[in-house]
Design a protein. Structure first.
Lengths: 252, 233
């Protein structure tokens, strides 16, 4: 009871995009995001071109647009920031529907809105086409220190356990009439956080001992590491390279 | 009731590409130092334990607390983890949480990872821990002292981490006057810091009451063995 499902982004599928090695996809996603961020804000058509690249990837990966949209809602708070900017920014102002708006603020708001949205769409595309364990193995192949990937792997593995424990504790509080509305009513919640830390730490000690008993020597074996050919790199980096080209064209 | 989350990760596009890349380098160098120093607190074989601490940080960041009616913030957890497991392991755990939030949940932009890690994992954890170390004599004196130390550390950590954002915005942001950004961030985070401080203080207090040996800040403190005579009837 109380145990939920993993709410990670992954969308099971078998397509050329899904089959690309994870570390290649991570590099491609980072490059593409940097290209989007580096695009000048007045080069409106370039953002359309970036979006077209993404649509191409979605079609190849056969992932439904509705699923992408649902997972992109995490970005919603930033829309508020982008909407506020035209009202508060400085510089020359323009009239629109009787509102006095800052030109620079409008552009700055557009800048955050479009780059933030494209960034989330790229992250979501990476997350939807790559299973979590492959992402972690991909980080290891990108020479992230073993200590970091071990911590990350264990974190992902126990995240649901800890989160479910937190949910059960919350349920127990709510069942006893706890309904905090103000900061000074937070006592029971916080004692729960303390308990959660102790249980996490002690679970960590037990997990560690159990791993030692099964022959753990300090590093996780990397299973199935086929070498990545140049062709795979070229195919995976093609959209990112196109994005870089578009961004450069935006300066012209 | 509508709730709005005010404490959040930066998205892509808030600061420009050179600033994002520069802070990416800052984050990588900072984390490399953390990895090297964390081995001292934690050898390779106890990494699983740090993994569980990271899972705890992740779970705690999902906990929203009311700041004002209708507005809620979530815990950053920098000072909390620094006080409980030390600044190096703490920064590493918070950074790993941020990376996985970006990769697995699209929370926080990929290009903003450098700035987010610099603000929340590096500045947050180390400033919080520095304040806690400065106040350590007070923390060792009494339970109330420990709570005050944790509160102040968490409050300062929240406000200074938001100043990290102001610095990044000054270098690579656009649109708003710097004074406006400074005022907004300082004001909001002074409020959020109170929530962060109270939660941090009470959590550290709850842990110290049961397992004081787990509180990194108080390590090396040997409590004297006191022998009390039982009255025999």
């Amino acid at each position: 009871m109380g145990a939920g499902h993993a709410h990670t982004l992954h969308h099971v599928g078998d397509s050329p995009v899904h089959r690309l090695p994870a570390h290649v996809k991570i590099v491609a996603a980072f490059l593409m995001v940097i290209a989007v961020v580096a695009t000048p804000r007045e080069a409106f058509w370039v953002f359309g071109a970036h979006l077209a690249l993404l649509v191409g990837i979605w079609v190849t990966a056969r992932i439904p647009v509705a699923a992408i949209a649902a997972r992109s809602l995490i970005e919603a708070p930033f829309v508020a920031l982008a909407v506020l900017l035209p009202f508060f920014a400085t510089g020359p102002r323009t009239e629109f529907l009787g509102l006095s708006l800052s030109v620079d603020g409008l552009l700055a708001g557009w800048n955050i809105l479009v780059k933030g949205t494209l960034g989330v769409l790229i992250s979501v595309t990476l997350g939807m086409t790559t299973p979590v364990r492959d992402l972690l193995a991909g980080l290891a192949r990108l020479r992230v220190p073993g200590m970091v990937t071990t911590i990350a792997t264990l974190m992902v593995r126990y995240l649901e356990v800890i989160a479910a424990e937190a949910r059960r504790m919350r349920l127990a509080r709510v069942a006893r009439g706890h309904d905090p509305r103000f900061l000074w009513q937070i006592g029971p919640t916080v004692r729960g956080v303390g308990t959660l830390f102790l249980r996490s730490y002690e679970r960590g000690e037990r997990v560690h001992l159990a791993m030692l008993a099964r022959g753990y020597t300090g590093s996780m074996p990397l299973l199935g590491v086929p070498t990545t050919g140049r062709r795979t790199w070229a195919v995976a980096l093609a959209p990112a390279a196109a994005a870089v080209l578009f961004a450069t064209a935006g300066y012209a | 009731m509508t709730t709005e989350v005010v404490a959040m990760h930066m998205s892509d596009g808030i600061v420009n590409a050179p600033t994002s890349l520069a802070f990416g380098v800052v984050a990588i160098v900072g984390l490399a130092i953390c990895v090297a120093r964390a081995r001292r607190d934690l050898d390779d074989r106890t990494a699983p334990l740090a993994g569980l601490v990271a899972a705890f940080v992740f779970a705690v960041q999902m906990l929203n607390f009311p700041v004002l009616p209708g507005v809620s913030g979530h815990l950053l957890g920098g000072a909390l983890t620094a006080i409980l497991v030390g600044p190096y392991v703490g920064a590493l755990c918070v950074a790993i949480v941020l990376v996985l939030q970006a990769l697995l949940f699209a929370d926080g932009g990929l290009s903003a990872l450098g700035t987010n890690i610099t603000n929340m994992a590096l500045i947050g954890t180390f400033v919080g821990f520095a304040v806690a170390v400065a106040l350590r004599p007070l923390a060792r004196r009494s339970r109330a002292g420990l709570l005050v130390t944790a509160f102040v550390a968490a409050w300062v950590n929240t406000v200074v981490a938001s100043m990290g954002f102001v610095l990044e915005y000054a270098l690579g942001g656009q649109g708003l006057a710097l004074g406006t950004v400074f005022g907004l961030m300082a004001g909001f985070h002074a409020l959020i810091g109170i929530g962060e401080g109270i939660i941090t203080a009470l959590t550290v207090g709850a842990v110290a009451a049961v397992r004081p040996d787990l509180v990194y800040l108080l390590r090396g403190q040997r409590s004297e063995l006191t022998i009390t005579e039982a009255t025999v009837r």
